[in-house]
Design a protein around this ligand. Structure first.
Ligand SMILES: [Zn+2]
Ligand SMILES: [Zn+2]
Length: 229
């Protein structure tokens, strides 16, 4: 067996384990929060945390996608092959991700999100029922679950015939819809980067946030270049 196939086998095993353990933590976390939602302040705190965390997931998806599309190269050491290349490849062949399996879609994000979710689960004293603690817990749970599910939702947006659950969630607007995501693929790949729900795409595109950030970074980069000359 070659070294690279051994590596990809090890990587796939890691992603599979991370996905299963992440799902177990997410279910246990949800059960703990549900057990504390017995009074209005607690229920409201959990609801606010879930909505806030889901917005954070959408923002993080936009940030990762923006960096993947606009910076570095597929040949960049360390992040090139595993992080940059999939984003670039997706523009050339968007239909390819429809063929990807569940672990291939969510595994690498589960590896990144699992330590945060596990730490929050063990360190937050959810049983205290303190509204702020419950808000923090719900926020982290929702952001991590939304983040891990992002590629799945993205895949649904590219499917000709998505599963019934996907169609239902798309109709409710709680996952990225094909229409919302089509803006990214049909506008030169320089807007609408958020791919969890796409809720933030309209305001961020309208305010020109990504273009503004790019100008700031380029300016800071050229200033740093001048100083080192
Ligand atoms: Zn896409
Ligand atoms: Zn893109």
């Amino acid at each position: 067996m070659s070294q690279s196939s051994q590596h990809s086998l090890a990587q796939r095993a890691l992603e599979l384990v991370a996905t299963v353990v992440f799902a177990a933590y997410a279910l246990a976390f949800t059960a703990r929060l549900a057990a504390e939602a017995h009074a209005t302040p607690q229920a409201l705190s959990i609801a606010a945390g879930l909505v806030g965390g889901y917005l954070i997931a959408d923002l993080l998806s936009g940030l990762a996608h923006w960096v993947g599309d606009r910076f570095f190269e597929e040949t960049t050491p360390i992040i090139g092959p595993g992080f940059i290349a999939p984003f670039r490849q997706h523009h050339v062949a968007p239909e390819e991700m429809v063929e990807h399996g569940l672990v291939e879609l969510v595994g690498n994000t589960a590896v990144l999100a699992l330590p945060t979710l596990a730490a929050a689960f063990h360190l937050l004293d959810l049983a205290s029922g303190a509204p702020l603690t419950l808000l923090a817990g719900a926020l982290i749970l929702s952001a991590m679950v939304g983040g891990v599910c992002t590629n799945l939702f993205h895949r649904w947006a590219h499917m000709e015939r998505p599963p019934r659950l996907a169609r239902w969630m798309q109709a409710l607007g709680v996952v990225i819809t094909p229409e919302r995501h089509a803006v990214h693929h049909s506008n030169g790949f320089d807007s609408s980067y958020c791919i969890t729900t796409g809720w933030l795409n309209a305001p961020m595109d309208r305010l020109g946030v990504w273009a503004w950030l790019e100008r700031r970074l380029h300016r800071a980069g050229s200033r740093a270049g001048q100083k080192t000359r």
